[in-house]
Design a protein around this ligand. Structure first.
Ligand SMILES: [Zn+2]
Length: 360
C-alpha cells in the first residue's frame, strides 16, 4: 500500500513537473490587444468589457490608440474632437490595475500625421513641422498617386518638434499611470525627403533610428519603455515582404542602430512570416501581431511556440508574446463581440481574436 502510494506520488510529481516545464516553455509573457481608445460615451461599457471579456480571455496588455483624443493640459491647442477626460482614463486605469493588465497609450509619432485628405492635429496646428510642406493633401485621395503620399510625417530634425510631442507623451503616460508608451512609427513613407531642408540627403535609416532613440531615451529617463511597430526595420525587397509590412525606403538598417530595449510589434496579416527571429537575433524583444485572419493568428502562435521550444535561452527570452490588432474603434470591437448586428457578428478581426484567445 505504502509502495503504491509512493509510486503514485512520484508519478504525480513527475507529471506535474513535466506539465510545468511544458507550460514554462510555451507560455507567452504578453497576451495583448491593440484597439482605438473608447469614446467618452463608451468608457463605462469598455470598462465592463475589460472586466468580463478581455481579462477572462487572458489579456494582460492593452494598447489604446489615443493620439489627440485626450484633453491635454500641456497643449490644449492639440486636443481633438470629443476628447477623453482625466476621469475617463482613471476608470480604465482602475479596472486594468484590478486585473493586472498593463495599459499602454499610443500616439502616432513621426509618420501617420495625416489620413487620406485630412491632416492630423499636430501638422494642422504646427504646419512648420511638416517633412513635406510642398505636398498638398488632395481633395480626393487615391493610392497610388504621383506624390507617393500615404501619410504625412513630421520632420524629426525640426528643433521644436520634440518639445511639443514629448509634452504629450509625458502627460498621457502619467495619466495612464503606466511605464510604457507605444509611438506607432509604422508605414513612414516620407523620411529624409528632398523637400526638407534639414533631412534632405541624409540616410533614412540613421534618421529613423535617431528618432526611435530620441523617444526611447526620453522615456527611459523616467523608467518608461518604448513600443513601436516593426515594419520599417525589415528589408522589404530582400525578404519579399513589400513596402507596407516592410521597408522599401532604406530605413531597415535602423534595426542595427536602435536601442535594444525597444519592444517591436511585428505585424503580418496575410501570412505568419517568421520575422520574430530577425528581431530576436538583433537582441530586440518582439511580439507577433495578427489582425483579421484566424489562420494567420493560429500559425503565429504555433511559430512562436516552435521558436521558443527550439531556440537558445537568449533568443527565447526575446519572444515576448502576441498582440492582437483591432484596426477600428473600441465601440466596433465590443459590438462585434456582442454580435450587435449581422455585420458586427461577421467582423473577421473579432473572430480572429476569439480564436486566438483559445490557444494563446
Ligand atoms: Zn526633415
Amino acid at each position: 500500500m505504502k509502495r503504491t502510494y509512493l509510486a503514485t506520488s512520484l508519478i504525480l510529481v513527475f507529471f506535474s513537473f513535466s506539465c510545468f516545464a511544458l507550460n514554462a516553455q510555451e507560455t507567452f509573457r504578453i497576451k495583448g490587444v491593440c484597439v482605438g481608445a473608447p469614446a467618452k460615451d463608451d468608457v463605462e461599457e469598455f470598462v465592463s468589457f475589460i472586466d468580463t471579456i478581455l481579462s477572462p480571455s487572458g489579456v494582460n496588455t492593452l494598447i489604446l490608440r489615443v493620439d489627440f483624443g485626450y484633453q491635454y493640459k500641456s497643449h490644449p491647442e492639440l486636443v481633438g474632437d470629443n476628447p477623453l477626460r482625466k476621469k475617463d482614463i482613471r476608470k480604465l486605469v482602475e479596472i486594468c490595475k484590478e486585473h493586472n493588465i498593463r495599459l499602454i497609450p499610443q500616439i502616432n509619432l513621426l509618420g501617420h500625421q495625416s489620413w487620406a485628405t485630412k491632416v492630423g492635429k499636430l501638422l494642422e496646428v504646427y504646419p512648420e513641422l511638416d517633412e513635406t510642406p510642398g505636398i498638398k493633401l488632395p481633395k480626393e485621395y487615391k493610392w497610388p498617386n504621383p506624390d507617393g503620399l500615404y501619410c504625412k510625417s513630421y520632420c524629426p530634425l525640426h528643433p521644436d518638434v520634440h518639445k511639443i510631442v514629448f509634452d504629450l507623451v509625458d502627460e498621457i503616460t502619467d495619466v495612464f499611470e503606466t511605464d510604457a508608451f507605444h509611438a506607432g512609427m509604422d508605414e513612414v513613407f516620407y523620411i529624409g525627403h528632398k523637400q526638407c531642408p534639414r533631412c534632405n540627403g541624409l540616410d533614412p535609416a540613421v534618421l529613423f533610428a535617431g528618432e526611435v532613440a530620441a523617444i526611447r531615451n526620453h522615456l527611459a529617463l523616467q523608467g518608461k519603455e518604448l513600443w513601436i511597430w516593426g515594419d520599417r526595420l525589415i528589408d522589404g525587397k530582400t525578404t519579399g515582404l513589400g513596402e507596407w509590412e516592410a521597408s522599401y525606403n532604406n530605413t531597415y538598417r535602423a534595426i542595427d542602430l536602435i536601442p535594444k530595449d525597444v519592444m517591436i510589434c511585428d505585424w503580418h496579416y496575410e501570412k505568419a512570416h517568421p520575422t520574430p527571429v530577425l528581431f530576436a537575433s538583433k537582441g530586440l524583444p518582439v511580439v507577433a501581431c495578427p489582425w483579421r485572419d484566424s489562420q494567420v493568428a493560429t500559425e503565429q502562435v504555433a511559430m512562436l511556440r516552435g521558436l521558443m521550444k527550439n531556440g537558445s535561452k537568449e533568443m527565447t527570452s526575446k519572444y515576448a508574446g502576441i498582440v492582437h490588432t483591432y484596426w477600428n474603434s473600441a465601440r466596433n470591437f465590443m459590438d462585434g463581440f456582442y454580435g450587435k448586428s449581422e455585420k458586427a457578428q461577421n467582423d473577421p478581426s473579432v473572430k480572429c481574436f476569439r480564436e486566438l484567445v483559445k490557444i494563446w
